[in-house]
Design a protein around this ligand. Structure first.
Ligand code: S3P
Length: 173
């Protein structure tokens, strides 16, 4: 008897401010899985905030930490893992996660991203520039081809969390 089995390791990727953390938490609840937000995980592990890691250790050091954390977490199960916006750019992490289970990319417009990112401006070191909207557009354009490698794609633009979670759950089956 073949019983359809729901996924037990789901990754959320996408640009800053698309809602990976909020959606991930609720998706985990809906699927009865654990939830880990990669940025928070790194902050807990190192005892340093993401902006401070960027400021004092540099972006490269942060990318190494991300990579190491992914390598560690793909070994776990019963998990929804929300990545940072740049995590999926690393080919090794990308391959490991795509092979581990369904990867969901969340999408939103640059304007929505700006609005959400500006709520906590200190938390996004990559957007600490004179023209953040321009920076979002450029970075999003460069990264979009990589996010497109995800298995499932969902827009969060102007939508409620429950609505997005419902769509993901439907597409996971
Ligand atoms: C980054 C996104 C951030 C955080 C770091 C770098 C990026 O995560 O990991 O500031 O390169 O896009 P969020 O996507 O959760 O903001």
């Amino acid at each position: 008897l073949e019983v359809p089995r729901p996924a037990t390791f789901v990754t959320l990727t996408g640009f800053m401010g698309v809602g990976k953390s909020r959606i991930g938490r609720e998706l985990a609840r809906a699927l009865m899985l654990h939830f880990i937000d990669l940025d928070r995980y790194i902050e807990r592990r190192t005892g340093i905030s993401i902006p401070d890691i960027f400021r004092h250790l540099g972006e490269e050091a942060f990318r190494r930490m991300e990579k190491e954390a992914v390598r560690e977490l793909v070994g776990k199960d019963y998990l929804v893992l929300s990545l940072g916006g740049g995590t999926f750019m690393d080919p090794e992490s990308q391959k490991a996660l795509l092979g581990r289970g369904p990867v969901v990319a969340l999408w939103a417009s640059p304007e929505t991203i700006l609005k959400r990112a500006m709520r906590k401006p200190g938390e996004r070191p990559l957007l600490q520039v004179e023209n953040p909207l321009e920076r979002i557009r450029t970075l999003l354009e460069a990264r979009a081809p990589v996010y497109r490698k995800a298995h499932i794609h969902v827009s969060t633009d102007g939508r409620r969390v429950e609505e997005v979670v419902e769509e993901i759950v439907e597409k996971l089956w």
